[in-house]
Design a protein around this ligand. Sequence first.
Ligand code: NAP
Length: 270
Amino acid sequence: MTRASGLTEIGVRDALSASVFSSAAPCRRALVLGGSSEARLLATRIAADPRLQGVISLAGRTSAPLAHDLPTRIGGFNGVEGLTRYLLDERISHVVDATHPFAARISANARAACAAACAPLLVLTRPPWVMAPGDRWIEVVDNAAAARALGDSPRRVFLAIGRQGVADFRCAPQHDYVLRVIEPPNAGELPPRCEVIFGRGPFALNDEIALMRDRGIETVVTKNSGGALAYAKIEAARALGLEVVMIARPASGDAATTHDIDAAMAFLAS
Ligand code: NAP
């Protein structure tokens, strides 16, 4: 069901048609920009804190998003202006940007909208992965550079980048790809020889090793998302001696940042 402003209702607790905040509101009204495991953990903490009211916002990329312990709104805000209006209309007192580290546009919008609405902003994110002994990483700046780093000779490549950006590998059609996704990708965006497999993390190390062995993977391409939940593919590549093309995070701006849920809770209570 589609609502006004391009927003889509997909069946989770939804807060679009009316404010999620009770009129007898306590003083803190938190907006959590979600789409990450950290956002779900923070939602659970906020829901358990009687000083706080909160709403989670999701982009609406997945058709069956995991449930959160807070009311959930789904869909874009229509840019900086829309997000600013939302913050003012909902009298949001604090914003936590707990989006995925590669979701650069919404994070930039959050910085601009929070500045415009005078709402304090904290970025809650995972520390990036760092190379460990035995790792064979080629670090690149983006998908296009990752496709180039695969080289001219055909390889069997595990694309662990999600479905967004897979079209960037169409310019390297000499390789055989295995792409792991949560939602079906757009077939027109795939490189010519690309097996699509479905899965939502966390993944176990033994399963990752088996997947890479079964498919004869030679190179893993991944974003430097960080965190424990997606780390098994890095450990598996290390165990098998495989090369990893590691895509660096986009620039993150100058907002206050933490990796710590307790620090995010302290910010919300401030
Ligand atoms: P993006 O490029 O930064 O954002 C594109 C647009 O999507 C934004 O301008 C905004 O639309 C809307 N949007 C994004 N996150 C939103 C949120 N939490 N609530 C409401 N609207 C949101 O984002 P993306 O890379 O497409 O990622 C979309 C979502 O998937 C994010 O929430 C992110 O946490 C999650 N995710 C991303 C990745 C990744 O690798 N990029 C991986 C896992 C999860 P308007 O301008 O209309 O407001």
